[in-house]
Design a protein. Structure first.
Length: 77
């Protein structure tokens, strides 16, 4: 049985996660949070940002298979 995402007005928990912590990022889908955000800038040391970006495609596919809203945060251009 697939759980549905909560409607926007009921999304209470937004979790920003360090972008290069693969195990933590994948485990977070089971956290119960409504929105998961892979943080590619402030929570990710500069030397690990390429690694974090490389994780994004598989991570977002993993998160999209769960009932969470998935996002990636970057600093403005």
């Amino acid at each position: 049985m697939t759980k549905m995402r909560r409607p926007p007005h009921l999304r209470r928990s937004w979790v920003f996660l360090p972008g290069a912590e693969k195990d933590l990022l994948h485990a977070s889908a089971q956290s119960g949070a409504d929105v998961l955000i892979q943080e590619l800038e402030d929570f990710t040391p500069p030397h690990r940002r390429p690694e974090a970006r490389a994780l994004s495609p598989a991570l977002l596919a993993h998160w999209h298979a769960s009932p969470v809203l998935a996002a990636v945060r970057i600093n403005p251009l």
